[in-house]
Structures are given as C-alpha cells and as structure tokens.
Design a protein around this ligand. Structure first.
Ligand code: MN
Length: 733
C-alpha cells in the first residue's frame, strides 16, 4: 500500500497533467460532456493508489498518458475514459461489473475487450503465426476502440520500455513489431506505425539501431542543408505556377532505412529515399501538376514513379511518389498528396472521428469507402460519438482464431467445431477424437468455436470417426479426412450389412446363418466370380446382389420363403413405415427391422421422407428436405425408399410432436387468439413458452400433429391472426 507521501507524489505529478488534458479537451470539444473522463480519472487514481511502474513513477501515470494519446487522436470521451480504466480490471480488485455499474455498458465493453486481448501471449517466432495472431486480435474485438486503446497502451509502454529488464524489452519490442505496428498499418495509421516501428527497432536490435542512427547523424547536417535548398527551389517553382501547397521535408525513419539496408543489401548512401519531401496540395489536379513541375526541375529515377492516387494501397493510402536526382547527384523522394490524403495517411481510421453533426455527405461516403471494408456500417449516424460506437469490426468474418493449449494459433472457418480443430492438429487426433474442452470446460463435439478459444482435444486410441461428423464439420480438411476414412472402411461396413441382410433373409427360410456352411458360401461367391465370402457379403451390403437370390442358391432345395415378390437390393428392404410410439417405428412385413424418425428433422405423416440405413441402429427416416440428408446419404446404397402407411392402421401413433416458433407483436390477447386457433383444430398443446422484448414476442409451442395437412391448417390459421408476422417449424424438438 502506498504511504501518504507516495499518494501526495502521485497527485502532484498527475494532477497537472490531468488538468492540462481536460483543458485541451474542453477547447477541442466544447459540446461534449467530459464528466465521464473526470470520473474515470478519479476512479483510476483511487484504485491504482500505491501501485508503481518499473520506472518508479506512480502507476496512474500510465493510464493517464494512454488517455492523453487517445485525446491527441481526438477520440471520443468514452474511449478516453476507457483508456483511463484500461488496466483497472487486470491490475486492481475492480471487476467488469463494477465498471459497468459506474460507467455504463460502452465503457465496460471496451475495458473488457482490452483486458481480454491483454491476456493473450502474442510472442511468436514464426511470420505465419504473427499474421494469424494479428488477424485473431482483430477478429476478437467487435469495437474498433478496443484496438485503438490497445495501440495507445502499447505506444506508451514502448516509450517507457527502457525501464524494464533487457529480456522483457526484447519480447515486448518483438511483439510490437510483429503484431501492433502491422495493425496500425492495416488501419492506415502511418504516424502511429512509424513511432512503434522505430521504438521496436531500437529495443530489439540496439546495435543495428545505433549503427543506423550514427550513419544518419553523420549525414544529418549536410542532409538538412540539402533539403533546405531543394525545398526553397520547389517553393519558388510552385509559386510561379500559382499552386498553393505546403512543403515539408524529412529524413527517413531509422527503422525504414534499416529495413532497406537489410532487404536490398545496400549501404546507407545507396538509400535514395533517405531524404524525402512531401508536398501537400488542395486538390488532386494540383498533385499531378506538382509532379509535372518536379520532373521539369529534376531528373526522375526511371521506374520510381508510383501513382497511389489512381491505385490506392490496400489500406487506402493515397499519394504520388517519385524519386528524382538533384543537381549535385543526390537522390531524394517526393510524396505528393492532398490535405485529406495526408490526414488519412497519418491518422488512418482515427482520422474519421471528428464528424460534424448532420448527415454523411456523398463525398464523406466516398472517403469512408475503405473504412466500410474494415467495419460493418450499420446505421445512419448523426452524432460523432455514436459514429464511433457503430464501428464494429468484422475484418475476417469467415474465420475463427483458436489456440492449442500450448498457444499455437489454429485458423478455422467460421462455425468450426472441435472436430475441425482436431483434424487441423493431426489426422489421427481427428479420427480418435472423443471429446473437447474449450477454455477448460467440456463441450459437445458439435460446439461452435469462437476466436480466442483455447481448445483441448480428448482422444481415445482406436476410436473411429462418425459419419454424423460430416453434418457438423466446417473445414474441408476435416471433411476430406472423414470421407477418406469412411471410404476405406466402407467395405467393412458393407460386409457387416451384407451379413445382416443374409441373416434376415435366412430367417424367412427358418434357417440360421450358422446352418450355412462356409464352403457353400464360397461356392456361391465363385458362381458370381468372386474369390472370397467377404466379397460376396460386401456385394450384398452394397446392394449389388440381392440377399434373396443369394439365399435361394444356398437354401436346401424345396424350402420356400414367405410368398413375396423378388426384391432387389437394399432399396427394397423397407417399404412402408408406421409406428408404435412416436420415435420407434416399425416396418410392415419387416417387423424386425427397427425404423425410427430421425431426431434432426422429426418428419410427420404426409411429408416426403427418405430412409437411411444406419450402423446398428436400424433405419433412420428423414424428411427429404432435412439438411442432414445431403450429408448422410451420399452413399447411395444405404438409401432406402420408405413411404408412410395408409392412414389409421393398427399401432399407428395418433400424432407426432411438432415444434413451431411464432413471431408476433407482444400485445394483450395475442396468446389467447393463438390458442383459440389451435384448439379449434382440435389439437393438443404439449408445451408453450414465450419470450418478449422490444414489443415483440417469440412463442415456442409444441403441438400433437396427426399429419402434414393438419400442420398446414394450423400454420395457415395462426398466420391469419393480426400481429403474427411469421410462423416457422423447428425440425428439432
Ligand atoms: Mn496498460
């Protein structure tokens, strides 16, 4: 705990800084309510009391400086408040619910996002992993402000990195270069990226940094004099041409020079954009005019003219670049852009904060085109703060980023399951996968993974993939591996099915398979040109040969089966379907073959149905439009034609449970009208549940339905009730 003296020191150091921050905010944002910032400051002051940083300064300095960076970026008060609170959940006893109570949902949501990202170890050695980690970070947050606060946090930590032990410096600097600087780049924040890269370079490779630094310093004086000369000349030419423009000159950043030296294996003197000038104009035409003027004065280096105005970079950076040779032979680069392009290049996504009230103009629309690629633009925005809160990131909507327990990133398609994860780790892990833990908790194998999940796969040697998995996996790798395995093992299963069919057929002759001699089977097999009994059984299982004709050749002469027409293959096994109770259905004439309604679609009488021979569980009857059917029935020989029995046969269930969801207005008397329609149709209601909100209601109702016609009557009746918007049948109950 802090002593009184420390507390006083904290106050002295930070109060002035905070007062300055508030003053500048009041000037820059006269219409904003800044109370939330003051409150966040005091909250942070209270909860970080007594903590100090590696520098020995009071901890509060850090969140306060982060808030100042955010203020400089002209972020909204919510972000600045969240910046002040960003470490409070991680480093103090404060919880997210405390923050939510004190500062509301938005601040809490942002602080939560920052805390979540803070827990991830982004340290990595591989370039490919770094790319995945960056994507994952962006995929994990749904509010762009989380990323911007994280960047501001990192910037201040990098500025004060010198106080940490060297090993930590390396790790943090590398992470900055791998993860944070590229994200700033992706978001078009050139200035941020530049500072992060220079700081990262300095701490990661102090020797190289020193060398480049010295080389640049040795040339600085001369360089600055040179730049002053060309700048003067350019200004004159622009004036002559009547073009109003700002001219800036600079020496290239150390990290960029270093990158060039390494990549192109050149010396500092060969870097011909070490000296750079920037001309900032009022219009695009002026940009091209300035380019012409420059090429008139100095000789351009061939192949160095780049038109990023016509062809913007992926992060929507725009400028004209050219390299020219001065009169004394020194090359230098010129970047030409409009004020708008300049702002965008420096601040990127942060350049869009300062929206005036009123509708977004067509020009703004155009300017924000790139932003829309980055964010999901949902509503019209009148208030700049609201604008910010609508910036929802969905940069990689098709992917989720998950981890192995050891921290390796596994990228999967959206809605992937632990099975996909298991196959991406190793084929064998996939095949023998029996369960999974996500973030330490057991989940079903069909559980959908989210970015940031840590996934642990439980395996059992000898366990086999299930065909049902095909209905839930999302990655083509998992799908292919499962199909491949199934194809290989298909024969085994065909043999199994063949045996069962023969057994069943044999029963009709009142003989058991055991009574049939192996040599007889072998004889029949060779009659069919097959070498082995197993081939014969597989043939039956595949539906190539009919069990009946095979048995006809095996049965003792004179034995007759029950009189029925010769049927062919599996497709004729099941003819008609009816049931005992709702889920167990028998097949007429094949009472021993268990048929049941598939639970994924629960078909009812009157619906088009298909049967599918499962392994050991009998025949599953699906609705023919069940989504699982396409996945389950690609093995055509397992498909069986089934049909409903004629109505009202003995043992037939009177009704099947069917679940409906009704979407309707939440108004008085609605439920009464709905139940009236249902009871008019003489229908039993098994269960009814309603959820309401925003004046709308979703009502789930389970009804006893006799057949499709009955169901259609009820749906049509309910639809007619005023205020009912939609009725959907839920296949799964
Ligand atoms: Mn921090």
């Amino acid at each position: 705990m802090g002593t009184l003296r420390q507390q006083i020191a904290t106050n002295v150091l930070t109060v002035t800084r905070f007062r300055d921050l508030m003053k500048s905010l009041e000037a820059a944002r006269p219409n904003d309510d800044l109370e939330i910032i003051r409150k966040a400051y005091e909250y942070s002051l209270k909860h970080h009391a007594g903590q100090s940083r590696a520098s020995g300064e009071p901890y509060l300095v850090h969140p306060l400086e982060v808030a100042c960076v955010l203020a400089e970026m002209r972020m909204d008060p919510v972000s600045i408040a969240a910046g002040l609170l960003h470490d409070s959940v991680e480093d103090t006893s404060v919880t997210i619910s405390d923050i939510r109570e004190e500062f509301g949902e938005q601040v809490a949501h942002i602080v939560e996002g920052v805390t979540k990202i803070g827990k991830i170890d982004f340290a990595t050695r591989e370039e490919q992993q770094a790319e995945n980690l960056r994507k994952m970070m962006l995929a994990m947050v749904d509010d762009i402000r989380v990323v911007l606060i994280k960047l501001a946090d990192r910037l201040h930590n990098m500025r004060t990195l010198g106080h940490l032990p060297e090993e930590r410096q390396h790790k943090i600097a590398k992470e900055t270069l791998d993860i944070y600087a590229p994200i700033a780049h992706r978001l078009g924040m050139g200035k941020f990226r530049g500072e992060l890269e220079d700081l990262g370079f300095r701490f990661l490779d102090a020797i190289a940094y020193q060398q480049v630094h010295e080389a640049v310093e040795a040339r600085r004086k001369q360089g600055e004099a040179f730049l002053a000369t060309v700048e003067r000349e350019l200004r004159e030419r622009l004036k002559e041409a009547g073009i109003g423009a700002r001219v800036e000159s600079r020496i290239k950043r150390l990290s960029s020079i270093h990158k060039k030296l390494v990549r192109q294996r050149i010396t500092v003197d060969q870097v011909y954009d070490m000296f750079a000038m920037r001309v900032i104009t009022h219009s695009v035409q002026d940009c091209y005019a300035v380019l012409g003027i420059i090429h008139n004065v100095w000789r351009p280096v061939p192949g160095r003219i780049k038109d990023f105005i016509a062809m913007p970079r992926p992060n929507f950076y725009q400028s004209l670049h050219t390299s020219v040779i001065s009169d004394n032979g020194t090359p230098f680069e010129v970047q030409i852009r409009t004020e708008e392009m300049h702002k965008l290049a420096e601040e990127g996504i942060a350049a869009h904060w300062k929206y005036k009230d009123g509708p977004v103009s067509a020009k703004d629309e155009q300017r924000l085109a790139w932003l829309r690629q980055v964010v999901d633009w949902q509503r019209d925005v009148s208030d700049p703060n609201e604008f910010l809160s609508t910036l929802k990131i969905d940069l990689y909507p098709e992917e989720v980023y998950t981890f192995t327990p050891k921290g390796k990133v596994v990228v999967l398609p959206r809605d992937s399951t632990p099975i996909d994860f298991a196959y991406s780790v190793h084929t064998e892990v996939g095949h023998s996968c029996v369960g999974a833990k996500v973030n330490g908790r057991m989940v079903p194998l069909r559980h959908k993974l989210h970015s940031g999940d840590i996934v642990e796969i439980l395996t059992q040697p000898g366990h086999k993939p299930s065909r049902d998995w095909l209905a839930v996996v999302k990655s083509s790798r998992a799908r292919n591996k499962i199909k491949h395995w199934l194809n290989i093992h298909q024969r085994e299963r065909a043999i199994e099915i063949g045996r069962k069919l023969i057994e069943k057929e044999a029963r009709k002759y009142r003989i058991s398979l055991k009574d049939i001699k192996d040599q007889d089977l072998e004889r029949v097999a060779s009659d069919y040109g097959l070498g082995r009994t197993d081939d014969l059984m597989a043939g039956i299982g595949y539906g190539k040969y009919s069990a009946r004709s095979i048995l006809g050749r095996l049965a003792p002469p004179g034995t007759q089966p029950a009189a029925e027409a010769e049927e062919h293959g599996l497709a004729s096994v099941v003819r008609r379907v009816f049931g005992g109770d709702a889920n167990a259905i028998a097949v007429k004439g094949h009472g021993d073959l268990l048929v049941y309604r598939a639970r994924c679609c629960n078909p009812i009488r009157g619906e088009a149905i298909v049967g599918y021979v499962t392994r050991g569980k009998g025949v599953a009857v699906h609705s023919s439009n069940c989504p699982n059917v396409t996945n389950l029935l690609y093995e055509p020989e397992r498909r069986i034609d089934v049909q409903w029995t004629r109505d009202k046969e003995e043992g037939l269930p009177a009704a099947y449970p069917v679940k409906l969801t009704l979407f309707c207005d939440d108004k008085w008397g609605m439920l009464k009208q709905i139940t009236a329609v249902i009871s008019d149709a003489k229908t039993n209601i098994r269960n009814i549940e309603a959820r309401t909100g925003n004046g709308q209601a979703n009502i789930d109702v389970i009804l006893d339905i006799a057949d499709l016609k009955h169901l259609e009557t009820i749906i049509a009746g309910v639809r007619k009730i005023p205020g009912v918007h939609d009725v959907q049948r839920l296949q799964k109950i």
